[in-house]
Design a protein around this ligand. Structure first.
Ligand SMILES: [Zn+2]
Length: 290
């Protein structure tokens, strides 16, 4: 989904959940803008990026979301909301690789896209990624170079189309209605919070995205001097620095709802459960498919 959609929905959710606390709602909005920082920008050539497929993986997985939630609950909530929306997008937009990087450990798949069963060894994903449609329609940096297991999760909607814009407009309208009692005052507080209170991190995000997109959409196809290239890289690094500098100030670790002893029990149970399931599936099907 578009960045404006992610931010608008996160703001609306934040306002409702945290009873009009604009600071907390803006933090949720900032969180929702973080995951797309994993886009293929100037740091690498497209082909290399296509090989590693980091967009919609690196910052779009539950482990990253959990880590940020521990760092700051409200930023983390924004990231979960972002991932939830991207999960609804099509193979063309490359859905979300929810279990990155662990999903990458499995290299094989059992069924290809035509329904033929492959004879592979080791643990397998059930299905091949819909590589034909991806390679015809996906962004060049996200096309697969070879047939891959289905590690991403897809939904029915396409970026920038009806549902994407519907969520954006609905969220925006909702905020105006929700704050209609004192709308002008609310906008004042909101603009102060977004532009002054969190100015460094917000400016950093805008700078990073603006220069990154300029590179991704235009400059990389042009014959530009290395001076311009270094200027773009410098501006992006400056953006990242601003994000990190103000971001570090937002550290406020959450009190875990579950204690360490329960966490231990959960991990032990999962490990034993995994072993039992492995034996069960192996005996039943003679091969192990996730
Ligand atoms: Zn995203």
């Amino acid at each position: 989904m578009n960045l404006n959609t992610h931010i608008a929905l996160a703001l609306a959710v934040g306002l409702v959940l945290f009873h009009n606390d604009v600071t907390l709602a803006v933090l949720v909005g900032i969180g929702a803008s973080i995951p797309d920082l994993d886009r293929e920008y100037v740091f690498t050539r497209r082909k290399i990026f296509a090989k590693y497929q980091l967009h919609r993986a690196l910052f779009h997985n539950i482990f990253f979301a959990l880590a940020i939630t521990y760092f700051n609950f409200y930023l983390g909530l924004g990231i979960f909301l972002h991932i939830a929306l991207d999960l609804l997008t099509s193979p063309t937009d490359r859905g979300v690789e929810l279990f990155f990087p662990f999903g990458r450990l499995i290299k094989n798949f059992e069924l290809d896209y035509d329904g033929n069963i492959r004879k592979s060894r080791g643990i397998m994903w059930y299905l091949e990624d819909p590589v034909r449609i991806i390679n015809k329609t996906a962004d060049p940096g996200l096309k697969e170079v070879q047939k891959m297991p289905w590690v991403r999760i897809y939904g029915p909607f396409k970026n920038s189309r009806l549902i994407d814009w519907m969520i954006f407009y609905s969220s925006f309208i909702f905020i105006q209605l929700y704050e209609s009692n004192n709308l002008i005052k609310w906008w004042e507080i909101f603009l102060y919070t977004a532009l002054i209170k969190f100015s460094l991190i917000d400016f950093g995000i805008v700078l990073f995205y603006a220069t990154g997109e300029l590179w991704r959409r235009r400059l990389q196809f042009k014959d530009i001097s290395s001076r311009v290239k270094y200027l773009i890289i410098s501006l992006m690094i400056l953006g990242l620095l601003l994000i990190v500098i103000q971001g570090l100030n937002l550290y406020s670790p959450a009190n875990l709802i579950i204690g360490p002893s329960v966490l231990e029990l959960i991990i032990i149970s999962m490990l034993i459960g995994l072993s039992l399931a492995y034996i069960h599936v192996r005996l039943r099907f003679k091969k192990v498919t996730l």
